[in-house]
Design a protein. Structure first.
Length: 111
């Protein structure tokens, strides 16, 4: 078992797994963020959904989802995939959309 998977397996609670109901969503996320999240998932050999659930559950408890090594890895993935956003950009992004006929890029504010 690769090292990252061993660590992830070690952190899982012991005993019977918690049964949950998952739903398919149509969430739109900035493309470089998705690339970094997918890289994290691949590194740990888990699904993208598992990564997002883990980050959210840690955030709901006010706990950090990543330690120093994980944050360094995320910075490297961000560099590789061109992620130049940080927490100061949260809730202050406008989506670039393309008009098919004119081919011009326009900005659309999220509401």
């Amino acid at each position: 078992m690769p090292r990252p998977q061993r660590r992830t397996a070690r952190l899982r609670p012991r005993g019977t797994p918690r049964l949950v109901t998952r739903v398919q969503t149509g969430v739109r996320i900035e493309k470089h963020i998705v690339k970094v999240l997918k890289a994290i998932a691949e590194y740990h050999e888990i699904t993208l959904g598992d990564v997002i659930e883990g980050i959210v559950l840690h955030a709901f408890e006010g706990k950090p989802a990543f330690g120093p090594e994980g944050l360094a890895r995320i910075r490297e993935f961000g560099r590789l995939y061109g992620l130049d956003l940080n927490a100061t950009h949260a809730h202050h992004m406008a989506e670039a959309t393309r008009r098919p006929a004119a081919g011009r890029t326009t900005l659309r504010r999220r509401t």
